[in-house]
Design a protein around this ligand. Structure first.
Ligand SMILES: [Zn+2]
Length: 134
């Protein structure tokens, strides 16, 4: 099933083809990151300029409006909005800590799907705060 991702601030689609394109910053270094669009697929392409090491907490930004893509549910989670081919929509959050594999798909009705071996680290997250914060 195809997933379309958008910036929560400007609503620009971030995967016009396949991979999701975002800007990442690691300290004073920056570069592009490509994320696989399939839920739970951890394959990622990272610009060498970011010089990422395990546990680096990367910040992610929209390449169009430069808004930081952060989740209200936890400081180490990034947020994108998604719309699936079957019409379901919600937000996708994933860990911004390099080497951590945790992502969550939260549907508008509140159903949460968790992926990745690091997901239990975020077991206490109250994802519904995203709907309150907009
Ligand atoms: Zn944007």
């Amino acid at each position: 099933m195809k997933y379309r991702y958008a910036c929560p601030s400007c609503r620009t689609e971030l995967n016009p083809h396949e991979d999701v394109v975002v800007v990442a910053k690691n300290g004073d270094r920056s570069g592009l990151v490509l994320l696989h669009p399939e839920p739970g697929n951890q394959r990622v392409f990272v610009a060498a300029s970011l010089q990422l090491k395990p546990k680096d907490a990367v910040r992610f930004y929209c390449p169009v409006c430069q808004a930081e893509l952060k989740s209200a549910a936890a400081t180490n989670l990034v947020r994108l909005d998604y719309k699936a081919q079957d019409g379901s929509e919600g937000f996708a959050t994933f860990s911004r800590v390099y080497g951590e594999h945790a992502s969550f798909y939260v549907e508008k009705d509140g159903a949460v799907r968790a992926f990745g071996e690091s997901a239990p680290l975020y077991g206490d997250c109250k994802f519904y705060v995203e709907w309150i914060s907009g």
